[in-house]
Design a protein around this ligand. Structure first.
Ligand SMILES: Cc1cc2nc3c(=O)[nH]c(=O)nc-3n(C[C@H](O)[C@H](O)[C@H](O)COP(=O)(O)OP(=O)(O)OC[C@H]3O[C@@H](n4cnc5c(N)ncnc54)[C@H](O)[C@@H]3O)c2cc1C
Length: 174
């Protein structure tokens, strides 16, 4: 049996949970974002979603607690990092680095950085702080007396090429 159940977005509790959606909710069309959006998390998913929304004419802010967005220049092909980093300000996305979200209110997000606390108004809050492997099926199956392989994001959250490599290895060896 091969489990390839992917991952689930991590949604931390910032209070006001009813107003928080995931990037996937918006990208899949399940939820329609408002005009004033805060994206929590400046990784690849947060930044690409922010850019996509800004290009629709929406006001978007990205809040990232690390000193750099996108995991820094060494986490992906440099040209992708460099282009996305520049496209955000070009499309008027406000990017807050070294800044933590401390609270999500009804129509604002409270953030904190070395300059103190600040409220950013928002009618939509999207969380993009990472994904967690969905291992439930693999754990259930592992109790059975059959070989079980766990591949792709459900083994470790990475990207398409790693999922394909996992699948190739298993397919070659079973
Ligand atoms: C917004 C976003 C953008 C991304 N962009 C890129 C990119 O540009 N390049 C890149 O390389 N990677 C990208 N990734 C990562 C990439 O999508 C994943 O690494 C890849 O899809 C993992 O493949 P997978 O088959 O392991 O899991 P998934 O593609 O997540 O597929 C798992 C499937 O299993 C289904 N499933 C779960 N549980 C069960 C169950 N019990 N029974 C039946 N079905 C079940 C799920 O519904 C899902 O359809 C992105 C991810 C996200 C979220």
């Amino acid at each position: 049996m091969v489990a390839a159940t992917g991952s689930k977005p991590i949604v931390p509790d910032f209070g006001g949970k009813n107003h928080i959606f995931t990037a996937t909710d918006v990208l899949s069309g399940k939820y329609k974002a408002g005009d004033n959006i805060v994206v929590i998390g400046g990784g690849l998913v947060g930044c690409e979603t922010a850019l996509w929304l800004a290009q629709q004419g929406k006001k978007v802010s990205v809040v990232e607690m690390m000193p750099d967005i996108l995991g820094g220049p060494h986490s992906m092909p440099f040209m992708n990092y460099d282009m996305l980093k520049d496209l955000l300000p070009y499309n008027k996305v406000d990017v807050y680095r070294k800044t933590k979200v401390t609270k999500v209110g009804d129509c604002s997000v409270t953030v904190e950085n070395e300059n103190g606390e600040k409220e950013i108004s928002a009618d939509t809050v999207l969380v993009a702080v990472g994904y967690r492997s969905e291992k439930n099926l693999q754990e259930d199956l592992s109790g059975l007396n059959i070989p079980v392989y766990n591949i792709g994001d459900s083994r470790e959250v990475k990207n398409i090429i790693h999922a394909i490599w996992d699948a190739y290895e298993v397919a070659r060896n079973i």
